[in-house]
Design a protein around this ligand. Sequence first.
Ligand SMILES: *[C@@H]1O[C@H](CO)[C@@H](O)[C@H](O)[C@H]1NC(C)=O
Ligand SMILES: *[C@@H]1O[C@H](CO)[C@@H](O)[C@H](O)[C@H]1NC(C)=O
Length: 507
Amino acid sequence: MESQLPVLVLLLSCLILISQSAKAAPNPSPTPIKAVNLGGWLVTEGWITPNLFDEIPVNKDLLDGTQIQLKSVTKNNYLSANNGGGSAILASQSSASGWETFNLWRITETTFQFRVFNWQFLGLDDQDNLVATSTSSSDSDSSHTFEIVRNDDDPNRIRIRAPNGSFLEVKPEGLVTADYSEDTNWGDDDPSIFLLTNVRQLQGEFQVTNGYGPDKAPSAMMNHWNNFIVEDDFKFMSENGLNAVRIPVGWWIRFDQNPPHPFVGGSLQALDNAFSWAEEYNVKVIINLQAAPGSQNVWDHSGTRDGTQSWGKTDDTIKETVVVIDFLTSRYANRSGLYAIELLNEPLAPGVTLDRLEKYYKAGYDTVRKYSDVYVIMSNRLSIRNPTELIQFASGFSGSVIDVHYYNLFSTLFEDMTVQQNIDYVKKYRAYTIKSLTVPNGPLIFIGEWVDEMDVSDASKDDYQRFGVAQLEVYGKATFGWSYWTLKNVEIHWSLEWMIKNEYITL
Ligand SMILES: *[C@@H]1O[C@H](CO)[C@@H](O)[C@H](O)[C@H]1NC(C)=O
Ligand SMILES: *[C@@H]1O[C@H](CO)[C@@H](O)[C@H](O)[C@H]1NC(C)=O
C-alpha cells in the first residue's frame, strides 16, 4: 500500500496536466484519419504508371531530364565538361561520372538542349567549338539546340547536329568542333559518331506531357485521369476502413484548361470529380500540393524538367505558390469534403532553407484562412537531422499539422535489416520520433506517407502482414492520422488496393 502511494500521486498529477493542456488547445483533437494517397493520378510518376509512357512515338528514352553520357568512337573517350562546366567540352575521359553526364531538355522529338553538371547549356563558341558557358536558355533559343540522329540498327550509336548545321566531330587532340558533313559510314573510324549511354530517366508530368507533345498529350492525359481513378475507388475506400484521401496536385492545376507548356488542362475537372465522389462516400479530402512552381525537390513528382530545384530561391516562386493555394482553397472551401490543405509536399533540404519555408508556410496558412478553417498541413523538409524543426513554428498556427513520411527504404540503414529488425525499428525508433513530435498545444502529427514495403528480398506474406500491423499500430498513434502511399501502383506492395484485396493489410 505504502509503496504504491507515490505512484498514484504521480498518475493523478499527470492526468491533471493532460486535461489542462487539452483544455488550453485551440482545436479539439480530431479522430485520427485513416487515409490513402492517390499517387500518380494528377501528378504523373512513371514508376507508378509505366504504361502511361508507352505510346510516346519517338525517342521515348530521351525525355526531359534524361541523363546521358557520350563516348567518342574514334577517341574512345567520354565527352567531359572540365570542372563541371564553364569552358570547352573535350573528349578526354576514359570513364564517366558527373562531369561526363548531360541533362536533356527535349525541344522537339529529335532536337535537344544539353545541360552539364553545373547546369550550363551546350553551345558553340565563335570558332564553332563545343562549349558549356551559357547559364540560361529557352526552348526557342536555337543557339543551344542540337539534333540527335540515331543509327537505324543501333539507336545508341548517334550523331549530333550542331546549331550551325554541321555535325559535331572529335578532333585528334580531343577538341569537339561543329564542322562535320552530312556523310557518314557509321563506322568506328568516323569522328562524328558517339555511343550514347542512358544513365537515368525522369518520368514526371513534364516528361510525359512534353514527350507526347502538344497534339497527343491532351488525350493521353485525359484518358489517364478518367481511368486511373474512378468513382468505384471511393466506394472501395469507404468499404475497407479508409475515411480520407490525400490527393497530390501540381501547380499547373490552377490554370485549368490552359496551363503553361507542356502541361495540359483537365486535372482540375478530375479533382472536381474526386470531391463529388468523396462526398458521396463520406471520404474526407486532403489537397496536397505535390509539385510547386520551380520544383521544391529534385524528383519526378515535383514536376521538375531536368532535376533542378529552384523553388524558394526567389520570392517569385513563393508568391506563385501562394496563388495556387489561394485558387485551390477558394474553389473548394465550400465543399463539405474538404478536410485539409497541404501547402507543400517534401521540400528538400538544403536547397529549400528553413527560413524560406517558414516564410511560405506563414503566407500559405494566412491564405487558407481567408476562406476556410480546415486543417493546414506543413510538410517537414527531407534530409534534415532534427525532425522537430517545425514544431515550435507550427505551434503558432491553430489547426496546423506537421506531415512526416516514413519509409524503411531509400537509405543504407535499411539495406541489411531482417524483417524483425524492420518491425523493431518502427516500434522503437518511429514510435519514439512520433512521441517527440507530439507536444502539448503543438501541431497535430500526420504520417502522410508510408508503405508496407521493406528492403528484404525474400519476405513472405506473413512477414508483410506483421510489418503492416506494426506500422498501423505505431502510426495509429499520430494525432492527425496516416495516409498509405498509394492506392494503385504496378508495384504490388505499393498498392493499398492490392494489399487489401490480397489480405496483406486489414484495417
Ligand atoms: C559550322 O562551323 C564550321 C567551323 O567554323 C564550318 O566549317 C561549317 O561550315 C559551319 N557549318 C555550317 C552549316 O555553316
Ligand atoms: C461559399 O460560401 C460563402 C458563405 O455561405 C459564400 O458567401 C460564398 O460565395 C461561397 N463561395 C463559393 C465559391 O461558392
